[in-house]
Design a protein around this ligand. Structure first.
Ligand SMILES: *[C@@H]1O[C@H](CO)[C@@H](O)[C@H](O)[C@H]1NC(C)=O
Ligand SMILES: *[C@@H]1O[C@H](CO)[C@@H](O)[C@H](O)[C@H]1NC(C)=O
Ligand SMILES: *[C@@H]1O[C@H](CO)[C@@H](O)[C@H](O)[C@H]1NC(C)=O
Length: 477
């Protein structure tokens, strides 16, 4: 389902751009004749000589200081006029072929007007009339219509080099000397899995290379999201983030990216990353951001020395809860684990919980966003995913199984049987919930029935068997 990464490049061929340059005088002529765009017409008619005449006239009444000032602004006019007829300076490249997100990369004279969600690409060598306006929704779940319907469009408006341009770009009110990265926080609420998979990992791939010298601009700005992830945003950028939609300034940047790079669920493909980034590297970045102590688990824990492997059990409350969690915990304590039970309230302070997770060698939990905290485990720790009833193995592995090896972690799973689900209390055993769960997936009821609609009662004997195996794999006699 993932598309090839090879990008469609807009106007990357200079030949075509040059060809276009032959056309515009005709257009400008039309503009002048009809006065269709008065600003431009005025500029052309006034011309450079007339402006200087006016200056000279004014200087005499303004005195010396005024004269200097006028001379300076005269020089500016001159320089800008000179720049106007010089070679194109901006370049825009977009890639629409990635399955996760559309991304535009640009450099040169870029002017970002947040309020109108427009990036003016001034004097662009890549300009083509048919692509003078390109729209991108800067979120990484392109395939998900419902999510994308909540994401604001950002428009890249390209302009050809003067004198062929007949749009006047807005003037810069703020100049930045760092690149801009534009993305949306409108797609995920504060769901921790989506925040990490859809935004934080893609932000790392896109913006970490600037070593903090980058300006992040957020559309569909979610104050709660920004507050929660502020430590990570601050580690990626030394400048406070900008709420794009509320921004009336015209901000000028030497380069910019609109949209984030995304390769896979909670993962990075080093071959697709410009800098060869990896999930291990990403986790090292998080460890440094939250000052976590343990890069690696203790390689071998001797059962005789008394130090027990530490295990964090991520608990859920409203759905996919473990009804016999006390029994499950004592079975693990019995096996020799030191167990830390963590409910949603314990995990809500990300920085603090990151420290707890990093102190552990094993994480156990039923499929759910809480398992995303695995990003804070030390390398070589083990993740145990409990898969709820309902032919959920493939979907659960996709989110929290497949990403595990690339993170430098180990993976085990425990699959709940029909005997262990509270769906037993709601449906007879001959119901499709038990006889053909996949048919209910196809009817779009997976979320409602199998994710929202069940708790699990673990078969302690069987669960203990799986956990004993984990215990033995990380300890020696
Ligand atoms: C314009 O953009 C479309 C995609 O939106 C692309 O297929 C096409 O090749 C582009 N045309 C030019 C001339 O760059
Ligand atoms: C799961 O258990 C919680 C109590 O821990 C309860 O509030 C919730 O309604 C239960 N959900 C289902 C789907 O049984
Ligand atoms: C990872 O843990 C396993 C089991 O304790 C151990 O055999 C292996 O050497 C560890 N790997 C590293 C790189 O520490």
């Amino acid at each position: 389902m993932r598309g090839k990464q090879e990008g469609t490049k807009h106007g990357s061929s200079t030949g075509t751009a040059a060809m276009w340059l032959l056309l515009p005088p005709v257009l400008v002529l039309i503009v002048l004749k009809t006065g269709f765009l008065p600003q431009v017409a005025h500029f052309r008619e006034t011309g450079f000589t007339k402006v200087s005449d006016e200056m000279v006239h004014k200087v005499s009444t303004l005195g010396l200081d005024g004269a200097t000032r006028q001379q300076q602004s005269h020089d500016t006019v001159k320089r800008e006029a000179a720049k106007d007829v010089s070679a194109p300076i901006s370049k825009l490249t977009c890639n629409f072929n990635n399955a996760h997100s559309d991304i535009c990369t640009m450099e040169g004279d870029l002017r970002v007007h947040g309020k109108s969600a427009t990036v003016y690409v001034v004097s662009a060598s890549t300009f083509r009339p048919e692509n003078s306006s390109i729209k991108v929704q800067p979120y990484t779940r392109k395939w998900e219509k419902e999510t994308m319907s909540r994401i604001r469009e950002v428009t890249m408006r390209s302009m050809p080099p003067a004198p062929y341009s007949f749009t006047i770009p807005p003037r810069c009110t703020v100049r930045h000397d760092v690149p801009a990265v534009v993305f949306s926080t409108g797609g995920c609420g504060t769901n921790f899995f989506h925040a990490m998979s859809d935004l934080i990992v893609p932000l790392y791939i896109t913006a970490h290379e600037y070593s903090g010298r980058v300006q992040l601009l957020i559309t569909d700005y979610e104050p709660k999201w920004v507050a929660k992830f502020r430590p990570i945003l601050a580690a990626l950028s030394m400048h406070p983030v900008i709420d794009l939609d509320a921004d009336t300034a015209v901000r000028c940047f030497p380069s910019a990216r609109v949209g984030l790079e995304s390769h896979r669920m909670l993962g990075i493909d080093p071959d697709l990353s410009r800098n060869g980034y990896t999930m291990m590297g990403f986790r090292d970045f998080l460890r440094s951001t939250f000052s976590l102590q343990r890069p690696w688990t203790t390689p071998v824990i001797s059962r005789s020395t008394g130090r027990k492997p530490r295990l964090v059990m991520v608990l859920r409350r409203h759905s996919r809860a473990i009804t016999n969690e006390a029994d499950a915990i004592s079975s693990m304590v019995d096996l020799g684990f030191e167990v830390v039970a963590a409910g949603p309230e314990d995990a809500s302070d990300m920085g603090q919980f990151a420290g707890v997770v990093n102190s552990c060698d094993v994480m156990v939990g039923v499929h759910g966003a809480g398992l995303t905290n695995m990003v804070f485990l030390p390398h070589n720790a083990t993740v145990v995913q409990i898969i709820p009833w309902g032919e959920m193995k493939v979907a659960c592995r996709y989110d929290f199984g497949d990403p595990v090896p690339d993170m430098g972690l180990r993976y085990a799973e425990y699959e709940v049987t029909a005997q262990e689900t509270t769906l037993n209390e709601k449906y007879p055993r001959d119901h499709p919930v038990f006889t053909d769960p996949a048919s209910l997936h196809r009817q779009g009821k997976l979320w409602e029935i199998f994710l929202q609609g069940q708790n699990v009662t673990l078969d302690i004997g069987r669960f203990r068997g799986v956990m004993q195996h984990v215990y033995q794999s990380i300890t020696t006699d």
